[in-house]
Design a protein around this ligand. Sequence first.
Ligand SMILES: *Cc1c(COP(=O)(O)O)cnc(C)c1O
Length: 398
Amino acid sequence: MTLSIEDHGKLDEFWAYCVKNQYFNIGYPESADFDYTILERFLRFSLNNCGDWSEYCNYLLNSFSFEKEVMEYFANLFAIPFEESWGYVTNGGTEGNMFGCYLAREIFPEGTLYFSGDTHYSVSKIARLLRMKAKAIKSKPDGEIDYDNLISSISLDGEKNPIIFANIGTTLKGAVDDISIIQERLSQAGIERDNYYIHADAALSGMILPFTDNPQPFSFADGVDSISVSGHKMIGSPIPCGVVVAKQRHVSLITSRVDYILADDKTISGSRNGHTPLMMWTAMRSHSFSDWRNRITRCLDLAQHAVDCFRQKGINAWRHRNSITVVFPKPSDALCKKHCLAASGDIAHLITTGHHHDTHKIDTLISDIVAEICHHQTSDVQDKIESTSNHSWAGTAF
Ligand SMILES: *Cc1c(COP(=O)(O)O)cnc(C)c1O
């Protein structure tokens, strides 16, 4: 097996491209400051974690013992006794969300899935794949679910077994749906705890909130039934992955025995990545609680720095408490492209993930935006002579 000289050249070119762009990202939640070089030697093995890590599997090249320790770590982080939990290393946040919804649907086959309008786009795909009744609930301008609308929809639907898809940090605005309020309101509406299900989509913030002083409710102790977090976001990973944790007693409902692999099949995919559990394990073993805490404090401070700088320039930027997502009025398409910003409607965001050690990228972005606004304001004055049209750059205040 050899590659042609041209193909070598193509790979070399791609290598140089990756090295150059390694830390490009300010608009997406991926951290790039990981180091798994210690694991490179395992790339020669076809690792496969097909099935349940807690059981014997006769496919010998598995990393189950590492996956088990990853799951112990996250059970602890999300406040559920390890023996009462079950979960696995997924291909990403979406698969974890699907797993949570799948469990919920098995428990409440007729239950309706409720989620806010700010929920990640994958939720509608999941609802369709699982053929669940699903309903989008209004969200408030800051991205948090509208609790009144949620409860009145549930009542109007006469839904006895609501399945709540709660955002623990929305993609665009970093908003957290308050699962304490949701539970209180469900209880007031006469729906008892055993009659509803709460899945927490904590793709980004699942690895932030546990390390903050005053977290919004997010854990099993706070009332979730399952939670999904992405591995390639706050933690960082060269291969997309994630972790999902659920309650063991719920998982036993979906378990089926497969003779062929001599293991129980509970996961959504059959063959599963055996390398990503090694990565998550290495990340957990090489960072102490206070390492994570320091890293996350630094990210939060940087986010606040960005908010302060924007505001000093008269631009209405903001962020939620405990969020590294900074929301600001969307600049021109050209600037979004230049800084690789994700935008939606009239807002854009930047996310101060782990590899942003200094303020350089943020400062450059802000000065580019300021320059653009000044330019537009000058042309606005000229515009006004001819028409009454105006540009609003201030955005909506929350
Ligand atoms: C990124 C994200 C997801 C999807 O996670 P993937 O790891 O990309 O599958 C789901 N929900 C939220 C809130 C996200 O930000």
